[in-house]
Structure formats: structure tokens, C-alpha cells
Design a protein around this ligand. Sequence first.
Ligand code: SAM
Ligand code: SF4
Length: 324
Amino acid sequence: MKDRYSRNINYLRVSLTDKCNLRCRYCMPEEKEQCLNGDRLLTDDEIYRIIRILTSSGIEKVRFTGGEPLMRKNVFPLFRAVRQLEGLRTMSLTTNGTLIPLYEKELRESGFDQINVSIDTLSRKEYADITRTDGSLLDSVRKSLDILSLMDIMVKINCVPIKGLNEDAIPFLAEIAREQPIDVRFIEFMPLGCHKKLTGIGSDEITWRLEKRFGKAEKISGTIGEPAVYFRFRGFKGRIGVISPLSHKFCRDCSRIRLTPDGILRPCLFHDDGADIRTAIRNGASDKDIADILRSVVMNKPYEHFFNDSSGEGSRRNMNMIGG
Ligand code: SAM
Ligand code: SF4
């Protein structure tokens, strides 16, 4: 489905829950907020219905995210049902990896094409500091990489480098791409919601730091519709990616819309407007009504975000409430 700037909108990110077993400093507020529960959360049937209608209206790729998507109760039948949808080309998951060892069998049977695991450091002390936990779950995350490496799916690692928190982890995480055919991606910190005080490390600096360590990087032409710019270092099995929504914004090629756990269909991560599909469904909307809502969200997708501008425009929601 084309928007009014002729971008092909074919990618839906579905946030299954705002709950998480970690409280990463760049994503969640320190104090525990009341999580979405009961009626405020879309049901499995509602999520399935929305995805079914959207995949018959031009959405080809679906990524489940959160919060921590594997925290959603009994979520695997939903994954398996979505996998069967005719219009769906790829189904993927973004997870913090802590629960993969518990659900290895269910994940194998879900039919994911790609799983992205977020790991910001390999140091237990830093992991504890970033995630505001005792750090013990880092062992599960590392184990999850071993498990995933034995599955026939694409695996990527996501890291958000933050000044003073995990700067030293950058080359150690990159080493994973040297040893295994896994892409390691560094995502620029986005000061959404309540996280304006942290300072991220820009993608140019990350590339420069890695080149200092591993030698000249060869730029690889990117995948259409993917925001990451990829590099390969000599002798590496996987690629290194940098994602720079702020310093090199990629709005011109954006193909995404997002569904929040409370049923708002959003055209952009950085704009708070969107359509309330949950209310529409509960007021008896037909499949055609929902497809019409999708069309109007796509048509109203803004051309770009102005996050860096003095207007201070941005989302008031924290990342776990939108689905990063
Ligand atoms: N819990 C899962 C995880 O951590 O992968 C999925 C949800 S998380 C919100 C999705 C991705 O967003 C993660 O890779 C996380 O590192 C990234 N993220 C969260 N807050 C961010 C922020 N403020 N700026 C940039 N990336 C962020
Ligand atoms: Fe949880 Fe993922 Fe946010 Fe970390 S980044 S607090 S793991 S939702």
C-alpha cells in the first residue's frame, strides 16, 4: 500500500505488551508504572484479526516486539496462527533473549524467519546497571544465542550504545559477528518519553571506533526497507549494522506502521497520533472499516520526523509502550 509520498508501506510492528522483566535505562522509567491490563490490552483474537486484515491489504512483514513480547501469556498459538496468513512474507521477533531458554521448543514451532536479540553488553556488571537487575539474566541471553544458532533462522543482535554505560562493549559485541554469521547492529539512542538525560553514541562515531579496532570497513549496499546501513570487516562472518534514526534519518524510505499493545495504529514512532483500532473493533467495526482505518493511517503518515529540531517534537510514550 502506497502512502501519499509513494512509499510502499508493507511492514507492521506489533507491540504485544508493555510489560518487561528488565528495566533498561534508555527504555523504561525507573519507577514501576502500572502496566496495561484487562480491557486496555488487545486480546489475542483482536490482534490476529487486525493482522489478518492488514496482511490482506498490503502488509507483508510482521515483527512482534514489546515490552518483552515473550512476557505475554500463552503467546505461541498467536504466532502460529499469524504464520499461516496468506499475505505474510516474513514474521520476526525482537526480544531481550532472557526467556528463550524457557521456550526453545515453542519458538522452533512458531515459524519465525528472523529473531533479533537485544544485548547491550557482555559484562555482567554493566548488564545489571543498564537493565536495573542483578545481572544474572545475562547468562540466559548468552544461552539464547547458542540456541538460536542451531535454528534455521536469521539472527541479529541489537545494541544501544550509551555514553558512560556500555561504550566499552561496542568492540566485544562486534566480535560476535567475527566469530558467527550473526549481524550485530548498533542503534542510536532515541530520547523518547522520560529518557532525555542519557547521551547516545552516534553511528559515525561507532563506525570510527570499530575501524580503529578492526581496520577499514567495507560498506555493503543495504536491504530495501531496512533502516540499517551495513559494513563488513575483513575476516568477519556476520555484518556490522548501524541504525541512525537521528543523525541520518531514514524517513524517506520508511515502510512501517506500528500497533501498540492498547490498539493504537501509529504511522510513525516519533509522532503520538494514530487511530484507535481497539475502540473501533469493540464498537463493532467490520473488516472493511478496519481496512479503511489502515488506509487513512497510511495516508496520514508524516513525511519525516522533526526530532532533532528545536520544536522538541517527539513521542511522550516510552519505547516499551510503542514497540521499538
Ligand atoms: N524487549 C525487547 C527487546 O529489548 O529487544 C523488545 C522491545 S525493545 C523496546 C525493542 C528495541 O528497542 C530493543 O532493541 C531496544 O534496545 C530498543 N530501544 C529501546 N529503547 C530505545 C531508545 N530509547 N532508543 C533506541 N532504541 C531503543
Ligand atoms: Fe525491556 Fe526491551 Fe525495554 Fe529493555 S529494551 S526494558 S528489554 S522492552
